[in-house]
Write a protein that binds this ligand. Structure first.
Ligand SMILES: NC(=O)C1=CN([C@@H]2O[C@H](COP(=O)(O)OP(=O)(O)OC[C@H]3O[C@@H](n4cnc5c(N)ncnc54)[C@H](O)[C@@H]3O)[C@@H](O)[C@H]2O)C=CC1
Ligand SMILES: CC(=O)C(=O)O
Ligand SMILES: [Mg+2]
Length: 372
């Protein structure tokens, strides 16, 4: 198969779909790999590093989209990209379709077969291609929150860990999955007073064990949520219902009960966000204020640390990427975890939560794949 990797074009997105190390693996499997010139510039991998790994460097993204059987990316295709996708081609990348009707229309019109990293599953019920970026975003959320809390940046001017004799900041983490765990670990490490809210009691038990009592765990009712959010200096939004639009847990009304200068970091923004007042921002203009509360809602946070993120992402995507390259659609038909990742195929939505969120009919992957 011919596998292609364009340079990412989203705002301040420096990750790359294939690292030179991943290219070498595809080539070792007998595949031809095309990489757009400078695609790896953001992680310090120049064209020569890709050539040494066995890739052919092409001058434009159009070369990648025209010539590749499978396109491997990081972020959801931008309008200029989805216009170039086509029937018979596989797209392997993050999609986040539920909050994005325009992109969904574009993908449906193209006829492409699109696997969303964020809905591929594993044997343990996890989301293995989302997890590494959630680890990064969870950790980054505390760095972003700590920066936004500084007075000159619009925050209330509190140091997360306090100092001896002065209380630390309060951090509320809504959603105790991968993002939540890593956010709580960083916040607790800095000395903040941390609470994690989740709807899963088994998960709260696990977190309690992991932190040995160092963070508070709370079952997420409206009461508990209000109490934590109203007293917090920093709130991290980290809930997920896989594939679906994020539930709006913190309403505009609740915002008025928060401290002035408090900060929210809505990591769940890529699924539409879990604060009613959230809208996606970019690395070049990451924050805005509503009712005196600073909002940070960057939808591609890991793009800020591409050296770490691109390698962590490739570690996770390589296994399924090789299967797709080796077997094409058959890989999806044979593997239920890849089927869970299939969101769009030849003009049809194949993921129930995405279809529900956007008002489309959903087709079972098994019913539309049609492979012998
Ligand atoms: N902005 C960015 O750059 C990035 C965003 N993300 C996003 O972060 C979000 C979280 O991802 P993960 O931690 O990997 O998901 P996860 O599935 O590991 O964790 C989500 C947690 O939310 C909990 N939850 C669901 N509904 C809830 C509710 N009503 N109240 C409280 N908890 C609830 C679940 O029980 C689960 O523990 C996702 O939307 C993901 O796409 C991930 C990486 C980067
Ligand atoms: C998960 C995701 O959307 C990202 O890493 O950008
Ligand atoms: Mg994102």
């Amino acid at each position: 198969m011919r596998v292609g990797c364009p340079k990412e074009i989203k705002n301040h997105e420096y990750r790359v779909g294939l690292t030179p190390g991943a290219v070498r693996e595809y080539v070792a499997h007998g595949h031809e790999v095309l990489v757009e010139t400078k695609a790896g510039a953001g992680i310090g991998a120049d064209d020569d590093a890709y050539r040494a790994a066995g890739a052919r460097i092409v001058p434009t993204a159009a070369d990648i989209f025209q010539k590749s059987d499978m396109v491997v990316k990081v972020k959801e295709p931008q309008p200029a990209e989805w216009a170039q996708l086509r029937d018979g081609q596989i797209l392997y990348t993050y999609l986040h379709l539920a909050p994005d009707p325009e992109q969904t229309k574009g993908l449906l019109a193209s006829g492409v077969t699109a696997i969303a990293y964020e809905t591929v599953t594993d044997e343990r019920g996890g989301l293995p291609l989302l997890a590494p970026m959630s680890e990064v975003a969870g950790r980054l959320s505390i760095q972003a929150g700590a920066t936004a809390l500084q007075k000159a940046n619009g925050g209330r001017g509190i140091l997360l860990g306090g100092v001896p004799g002065v209380l630390p900041a309060k951090v509320a983490v809504i959603g105790g999955g991968v993002v939540g765990l890593h956010a709580a670990r960083m916040a607790a490490g800095l000395g903040a007073d941390v609470s994690i809210l989740d709807r899963s009691i088994p998960r709260l038990r696990q977190l309690d064990d992991l932190f040995g009592g160092r963070v508070h765990t709370r079952y997420s009712t409206i009461d508990a949520l209000e109490e934590e959010v109203f007293s917090a200096d920093l709130v991290i939004g980290a809930v997920l219902i896989p594939g679906a639009a994020a539930p709006k847990l913190v309403t505009r009304e609740m915002l008025s009960g928060m401290k002035k200068g408090a900060v929210i970091v809505d990591v769940a923004i890529d699924q539409g966000g879990c604060f009613e007042t959230s809208h996606a921002t970019t690395h070049s203009d990451p924050t805005y204020e509503v009712d005196g509360v600073v909002h940070y809602c960057v939808a591609n946070m890991p793009g800020a640390v591409p050296v770490t993120s691109a390698h962590a992402l490739n570690n996770a995507t390589l296994h399924y990427g090789l299967q797709l390259a080796d077997k094409g659609l058959k890989a999806i038909a044979e593997d239920r975890h890849l089927r869970a990742g299939l969101n769009v195929h030849k003009g049809r939505i194949t993921n129930q939560p995405v279809a529900d969120a956007l008002g489309y009919e959903s087709y079972a992957p098994e019913a539309v794949l049609n492979v012998a």
